[in-house]
Design a protein around this ligand. Structure first.
Ligand code: ADP
Ligand code: MG
Length: 659
């Protein structure tokens, strides 16, 4: 069945559907709600949290006149409900005002915001007594305003009735796939709708794994081995290091070198807690590649980190005859041209950079080895773009947290893992405290004290700019507030992602040299940056970060041996319990697993279900999909392997393969 056979789909709608990535009825069926509005019961204002959607019934106490300000106009109503009063504001919808009246009964549906202590609904849906629109469970689609919600609802409902999708995943019990589509698109119960999403996600994951496996079976994993020297050729550099390599660093290097010297492509992950010393493993093996005559590239997720790696590398490589260049987005055009020319002619052995190294203008004369640092900050596609810069490139990826996607693939048996153990002794871990608002002042007092005593401190905020109604959340406002108040007289710096690169790196440099005592930052400091004097990490509204990120942030402090360090995680009462695990657990692996349980795997897998829907993919679902995918390869299932869904993914897998 074609899309334009659905009722109401003409050329215009067709183009809009295409714009949302919907090209056939199957795509439309898989265009899943991102959330459900549950208007089956009344909300309670006294319990509701900001950001929650609520259905409220009450009486209009006061209705304002229409106010005009330039191109903007609005009016407001104060509504008394059994659980408290709420202010409803409607912008640029003057015609709605005549439907409202002081003293009349009203039903409102909206998202709760709090502005200066006043609870508000902005542009809520409403109806008077006798209305029957605001009821039931309504699916909300991620239509980005391109198509009306009611049209999408009508179209998906028609698909549910008319389109049959043969299931791939063979599940013994539970919902059938057809039931799942019905439950998700035409919900009668929120829990059941989510069960439906889960069943559909299982289908997609199964197809993805099957496609991946099909693709693998065709792929050429053989390479021409060009690494014919023993690693002992690096002894001079190893001796030059200001420290002894630990046993696990040596083991990781051995693993990498063994992979390089084999006849199949390396796909290895180096996992080690923050600060365990992965960089030196990367740099030594890259230098080794150089001595064997191959170029290598190291890609890091931020300019700060790339610059830092470059600095470490040039220090280490000085006098070795191995050349190294830096390429980032903020390199000047002339620098870029120079570095690209050198890379293409083979005049540079080691290229270090950000995403900039992925650019088409970066061509290698003899790329043999690629390293991706902080893998979880990159997409699969970026990793493969990098390794496809040349034929048979060996790849090592570095991560402080075993990312769930890698976990899944590791389970699938095609990425190998080397672990680097932490060099920290018990007393060297940051003592972690989860705190709520009441303790904030005491914390800033402590920070002031430590700063004056010579320690360095990070204060991390979830965002740069303020959003309405939330206090102390943005890096900029915290900076303004603290540098004039609690931290007056202390040298305070500010750094965030969108800041000009030059100022950013100057600030980071000043911090790492100890010229700045307190650095107020956004999550940009999460990855890799090394400041040996940092002793305190304070994260405001830490519930906005995942556990894995918090663990990374915490790893930014206490990097000097024997230093006593602290980590404060400020959060709302509601999230306190959830974050408590940070106080006890130091194992990054365990935290990553817990993170996945709390937040799901969807982000990592990048599947449509998770991209769009609020549905969470968990370990159990991954396991189940693996079982279902394996079952597809049993004799007798050949026809199913031709399923359109698998085809879809095997086309994509060519671009996004992890290998
Ligand atoms: P990560 O694994 O988080 O990337 P880094 O590679 O940035 O960690 O290393 C953190 C710090 O530890 C660096 O300052 C590095 O010089 C130092 N380091 C690395 N290996 C050792 C070692 N074997 N002994 C002592 N210090 C080391
Ligand atoms: Mg690192």
């Amino acid at each position: 069945m074609r899309l334009d056979e659905l009722k109401g789909v003409g050329d215009k709608t067709l183009a809009k559907l295409n714009g949302l990535g919907i090209y056939d009825v199957y795509d439309l069926l898989d265009f899943l709600p991102s959330e459900y509005w549950d208007m089956t019961k009344e909300g309670d204002l006294s319990l509701a949290e900001e950001g929650e959607y609520l259905l409220l019934k009450g009486r209009v106490r006061k209705l304002t006149k229409l106010v005009r300000r330039g191109s903007l106009n609005f009016f407001a109503a104060t509504v008394d409900t059994p659980s408290g009063a709420i202010k409803a504001v409607w912008f640029n919808a003057p015609y709605l005002r005549s439907n409202l009246e002081e003293g009349a009964d009203i039903t409102l549906w909206g998202k709760l915001t709090v502005k200066k202590g006043v609870r508000e609904f902005i542009n809520p849906g409403f109806e008077g007594s006798g209305g029957d629109r605001l009821k039931g469970i309504v699916p909300i689609y991620p239509a980005k305003g391109q198509i009306g919600q009611s049209l999408i609802r009508k179209l998906t409902a028609e698909c549910v009735d008319r389109v049959y999708v043969p299931p791939l995943a063979d599940v013994a019990s539970g919902m059938s796939l057809a039931e799942a589509y019905r439950a998700a698109h035409m919900p009668t119960d929120v829990k059941r709708a989510y069960d439906g999403l889960r069943r559909i996600a299982l289908e997609e994951l199964t197809a993805r794994l099957a496609a991946y496996r099909l693709e693998k079976s065709r792929e050429d994993k053989v390479k021409k081995n060009r690494f014919d020297l023993p690693f002992s050729v690096m002894d001079d550099l190893v001796k030059k290091l200001p420290f002894e390599l630990t046993e696990s660093q040596r083991a990781a290097i051995d693993d990498i070198v063994r992979d390089m010297r084999s006849d199949s492509k390396m796909n290895r992950m180096i996992v080690g807690d923050v600060g365990s010393g992965k960089t030196v493993v990367a740099l030594l093996t890259m230098a080794y590649a150089a001595r064997c005559g191959a170029q290598s590239v190291l890609m890091a997720p931020t300019e700060i980190l790339a610059a830092q790696h470059y600095k470490t590398a040039t220090g280490l490589l000085e006098g070795s005859g191995i050349s190294c260049e830096l390429l980032t987005g903020s390199s000047t055009a002339a620098q870029k041209r120079k570095v690209c020319a050198l890379t293409e002619s083979g005049g540079v052995d080691i290229l270090i950079g950000t995403h900039a190294v992925l650019s088409d203008s970066v061509k290698f004369a003899s790329l043999g080895y690629a390293v991706v640092d902080e893998l979880h900050k990159f997409g699969v596609r970026q990793k493969s773009t990098l390794e496809n810069k040349s034929y048979g490139v060996d790849v090592a990826v570095m991560s402080a947290t075993p990312i769930p996607r890698a976990l899944a693939l590791a389970e699938y048996g095609d990425i190998f893992v080397s672990g680097i153990e932490s060099r920290k002794s018990d007393g060297e871990y940051a003592s972690t405290y989860v705190i709520t608002d009441e303790k904030l002042d005491a914390m800033f007092g402590f920070i002031r004290e430590r700063a004056l005593a010579g320690d360095q401190i990070y204060i991390v905020c979830p965002r740069v700019e303020d959003s309405e109604g939330i206090e102390l959340v943005s890096a900029k406002s915290v900076y303004a507030e603290l540098s004039g108040g609690a931290l007056a007289g202390v040298s305070v710096g500010l750094v965030y992602g969108s800041m000009a690169e030059k100022r950013k790196s100057e600030t980071m440099e000043a911090f790492s040299e100890g010229k700045i005592s307190v650095l107020i930052a956004t999550g940009v400091v999460e990855v890799g940056v090394d400041c040996p004097g940092a002793a305190v990490m304070a994260v405001l509204h830490s519930d906005r970060f995942g556990l894995a990120s918090l663990h990374q942030l915490r790893g930014r402090v206490g990097r000097r041996r024997g230093m006593k360090s602290y980590c404060f995680l400020h959060t709302s009462k509601r999230d306190c319990e959830r974050l408590k695990i940070m106080e006890k657990e130091r194992d990054g692996f365990k935290l990553a697993e817990e993170d996945a349980v709390q937040r799901g795997f969807g982000d990592f897998l990048g599947v449509r279900q998770s991209g769009g829907s609020g549905f969470r993919i968990d370990m159990a679902l991954l396991k189940e999909s693996k079982r279902c995918a394996e079952a597809l390869f049993a004799p007798g299932n050949e026809a199913l392997l031709e399923h359109y869904r698998i085809k879809q993914f095997s086309d994509k897998a060519k671009n996004i393969s992890m290998n």
